[in-house]
Design a binder for this molecule. Sequence first.
Ligand code: GLN
Length: 429
Amino acid sequence: MRPIIPDYLAEALGDVEADTSGETAGYIPELARAHPDFLGAAFVTVDGETYGAGDTDVEFTIQSISKPFVYALALSDRGFDAVLDKVGVEPSGEAFNEISLESGTGRPLNPMINAGAITAHSLTGAEDAIAADRVERVIHGLSAFAGRRLTVDESVYASERAHAHRNLAIAHMLRSHDILTTDAQATTDGYIRQCSVRVTTTDLAMMAATLANRGRNPLSGEQVVPEPVVRQVLSVMFSCGMYDAAGDWATQVGIPAKSGVAGGLIGALPGQVGIATFSPRLDAHGNSVRGVSLCERFSSDMGMHVMEVSAPARATVRSHHVVGVGPNALRILQLQGGIGFAGAEKVLRECVDAPFPESRVAFDLTRVHSLDDVARRMLLEVVRRLTLDGHEVFLVDPETIMPDPDPGDGGRVTVVTGADHAVVPPIAP
Ligand code: GLN
């Protein structure tokens, strides 16, 4: 069977492809020259399954998407008090590069705007670390989130550094308030290096999945930062990650997110999935135009708004076995619990990975207590594709958890009731 999620992603990319509005970031010459037509999207589930469509392997610079991760590193290296002393958690409602600090204290309002991010960079590693050690700590930490060693794009670094007057002004202002206690020029250079780290869309989805998975990289298994740090970071991403568009984003998309001026965008859906998109043209807020459209669509298609109350997907497939032999053999997937996207994805994977030799397949929903809309559609699509692959499909659904199952074009399903699998009639000899 063809995998379903990449098909869905490819369809979503197709729908936004024609939108060529927006501009590449003009204030960093190397980014302004970037090829504007790239378009990619990737999902990584919290157990490390990767899905993608489009330009998912093209490298670009991480830019501001580094900010939540470096904030996480600062929190784990120096502790909450030391970091909160220097950087607030209030949405600023202003542009990312605004020269604004809290009156009185001189604290940057949050770590997602440049003032807060430059400060967070200065708070990584040991207190007595030199600038080069901090950069190494940051690159090493970002690499741990991605699960592979990342490198710096030296030409983007040089290009931004040559035009960094505004970030340098911010750093000097922070230094004058003693928020920054490190050298302003060296810290700005380190921050620009951090922004120039090269990633792919797949890397970003893996980094987001590490946040979604409570700080543990789903593939390497490394606990990159402690769990309480992740909750702090996701909260700040939710309220501040999209700058002066943060409120619109929080209500319409509702996924903790972060954008970067090279065109990347990530979303981390706690306990479920890391999402990333890449499309370099930006809107007036500095957020990727097509990335924003894609995330709006993902959120509404898949019920991903974090304020949507979802049931956990643990152990959705209770058992997966075959009863009977020969033409009477029946493959049974017994499902259980409340099933949402993540649970349905586990079912898809069981069906996509192995072609089944048995001609008859049954999904037993007897122990399922809820099935959300996306899970229903995903299961029906499995049914449809199994039918197209030549299987006869049964739904054991005594409580009508899935009313009126219609697998659509070319799909067919027979609903049977009763808790016993024997209700699926054997084929007459
Ligand atoms: N390096 C960029 C800057 O500091 C990052 C900005 C962004 O991605 N929004 O201006």
